[in-house]
Design a protein around this ligand. Structure first.
Ligand code: ADP
Ligand code: MG
Length: 368
């Protein structure tokens, strides 16, 4: 990121609704202008609460929220220049689309003709030109959500908050809207802070993701970094699928750790973090698609162990094999793509196989 001041900053923000339990604990997040940042986490992790504090609908219990570099804890919601779109598209059923959009501008002392222009412009943005006269009951779920989006955009907010806006749509429509949202965000250049509990949605849309649990951001990083360099077992487990084994560090030399692992035996892995120290008990993680299955032991010098295929699942674009290895509690998940780049033949259930990997594919994580 640039050295430019963040547009939005949460600084040690805490929230308690009842004066006792903190539902947001020490939340920190910087969002730069033009970013698409997603807060990803299970239900109850405090995502909505963070958005409500940023929008000004809930007071901050402790800490500060800044817009540019101004603290906004005491600024009224309508003076923050922040728009919000909710999951349950809050549009007025008794007003037509045009009146719903114009409603958002009612305090802004804008000329009637200009309001009309801005309504049309906003409808164009969400691909509903000419829908001004429709009533809520004449719209599909997807169209209603677009109207809610247009109603937020018409105010030309600096930041748009979207709280699970696609959650009520069916899968196909949701995927279509995801692409449109991303395109819209790029074309209008508004900073988006998006909330979802769907990791695929977060990975495909965001410039950065804040992984939330229990009122804290566990890691804030780009989708690629989160996937390839998770900082904890919890994040690694939450983003995609991951295999874990326990290990003890035997030695660390030149950025390389030698480990004694449960099931995989003596292994090596890149060691870039402080917790990887001689004698430490740690966790070794590897993604299912980084494991290689073969009937014979490969001759390319990769480390390998023998295992037994327990089950497999056909997933269309890939197969998942579950391979048990002596000494390991859980079978390893291995994902084989249709192209077969990491398997050398069709592998049968219950057959004995070799499981190989490159040292660089291993991720070392602290024990939680
Ligand atoms: P998320 O959006 O991640 O599902 P929320 O921010 O809605 O999480 O909720 C976080 C926690 O705060 C939950 O335990 C929830 O029950 C509680 N909570 C949310 N809103 C209120 C409220 N208005 N009053 C009291 N507790 C609330
Ligand atoms: Mg919520």
């Amino acid at each position: 990121m640039t050295t430019e001041k963040p547009l939005v900053r949460f600084e040690n923000v805490q929230k308690s609704y009842d004066g006792e339990i903190l539902v947001v604990k020490d939340f920190n997040l910087d969002v730069a202008k033009g970013e698409f940042v997603t807060m990803l986490g299970p239900s109850g992790s405090g995502k909505t609460t963070c958005l409500m504090m940023l929008a000004g609908f809930e007071p901050v219990t402790n800490g500060n929220i800044y817009l540019k570099d101004k603290p906004i804890n005491n600024v009224a919601p309508h003076k923050r220049g922040i728009g919000m779109v909710f999951q349950n598209y809050a549009i007025f059923p008794h007003l037509n689309v045009r009146a719903n959009l114009a409603y958002g501008l009612r305090y802004d002392k804008i000329e009637k003709a200009e309001v009309g222009r801005r309504v049309e412009e906003a409808l164009e943005m969400v691909k509903l030109p000419g829908f001004g006269n429709r009533r809520s009951n004449e719209l599909s779920g997807g169209e209603r959500q677009r109207v809610a989006l247009a109603r937020a955009l018409i105010k030309r907010p600096k930041v748009l908050l979207l709280d699970e806006p696609l959650g009520a749509l069916d899968k196909k429509l949701r995927e279509e809207m995801q692409l449109e949202l991303r395109a819209l965000q790029e074309s209008v250049g508004i900073t988006f802070i998006f909330v979802t509990h769907g990791q695929e949605e977060a990975l495909s849309l965001s410039t950065r993701i804040a992984v939330m649990t229990r009122g804290k951001a566990l890691q804030v990083a780009s989708p690629k970094d989160l996937y390839n360099h998770p900082v904890s077992v919890e994040v690694a487990d939450f983003i995609g699928q991951m295999n874990f084994v326990e290990a003890q560090v035997m030695d660390v030399r030149n950025g390389e750790a030698v480990l004694d692992s449960t099931g995989l035996g003596k292994i090596s892995a890149p060691a870039s973090s402080d917790f990887v120290q001689k004698g430490a008990n740690i966790i070794v993680a590897i993604r299912p698609e980084k494991l290689i299955l073969s009937a014979e032991r490969r001759s390319d010098g990769l480390r390998a162990v023998q295992g037994t295929i327990k089950t497999s699942a056909y997933l269309g674009d890939r197969d998942h094999f579950y391979v048990s290895v002596d000494g390991c509690e859980k079978p390893f998940a291995v994902a084989i793509s249709e192209t077969g780049a990491n398997s050398d033949q069709s592998l049968e259930r219950q057959s004995i196989v070799w499981l190989s990997w490159a040292d660089e594919s291993l991720i070392l994580l602290p024990r939680d």
